[in-house]
Design a protein around this ligand. Sequence first.
Ligand code: IPM
Ligand code: MN
Length: 369
Amino acid sequence: MNKMKFQVGVIKGDGIGPEVVTEAQKVLNAIATKYGHEFDYKEILMGGCSIDATGEPLTDQAIADAKASDAVLMGSIGGNTQTSPWYKLPPEKRPEAGLLKLRKSLNLFANLRPAYLYKELREACPLREDIIGDGFDMMIMRELTGGLYFGARETKEVDGVMTAVDTLTYTEEEIRRIAKRGFDIAMKRRKKVTSVDKANVLDSSRLWRKIVEEVAADYPEVTYEHMLVDNCAMQLVKDPKQFDVILTENMFGDILSDEASMVTGSIGMLSSASLNDTKFGVYEPSGGSAPDIAGQGIANPIATILSAAMMLRYSFDLDREADAIEDAVKQVLAEGYRTIDIMPQENEKRSSVKQVGTKEMGDLIAARV
Ligand code: IPM
Ligand code: MN
């Protein structure tokens, strides 16, 4: 057996972040023991906790530490935007600015967000039985370093009226590289790409469509279609089975991935990988820091645990080990263990499962890898 050693940057972050990352590390440690690998963790500060410690949401040292790692495992960052003092700071000093800076500094342009309905979680899915059918399995491919989240923005008074502007810019190169990634992933899946835009209104979307069409020409085996984002939001709840790879720009992908996560039962199940042109990646749950439930020990660690599995697969080429984690998650669900967010919707069905907390869920999965 090939023993391997990896340097893993660990960003615990804020809210439920530290709780869920601890469980993911527990599972990684179980993998290390079983397969004889070594994961060296280096803690990196980002978000609100970094503001409290250093005054900045992400320091240059933190960026350097992330770059020096083979991959970064992350929890979540940010607090309650209405009550936390972090949100009294200027926008570029707030927790989210740290995450955006990390993505940009590491050129993490490709964000993969798989949304998969486990058959064990059908009862937690808010959609009707006939819509669920045999379940669904999609990959949202979100562009992560362009568009509205990185364009120039400004708030100022114009002719006595407060006016705010955000700019949405995409270059053809930015579109081409994410489109290629989307089609490459589709080739390993069911070979269908739905490119989502708002080409009936936006110039950036019309360029998006043109470039996606050019890229599609290189993938004759892949069926592709264009879909307007408002229609896509509707189709995701009307007939999610139709989707394989959803390829879209930054903001649309942000919104649609939250929606897709909810149709799989809970945002607590949705993992993600943010990749650049190298083997490096940042792996984080798609959900937020959930400050309302932080510290209660009830957050679902599965999204973070599955993100760790993605890290093994995409950054470390440890497919067998990644499979072991995913199988362990399935097994624990099959045995009836549930965190509160994935409890069955109907009361009568609740007695057939066992509700557990964050730590217990981590223990159960670690014991089964
Ligand atoms: C996400 C988050 C971030 C985003 C925020 C925290 C900046 O919502 O990863 O989806 O919008 O990308
Ligand atoms: Mn989001």
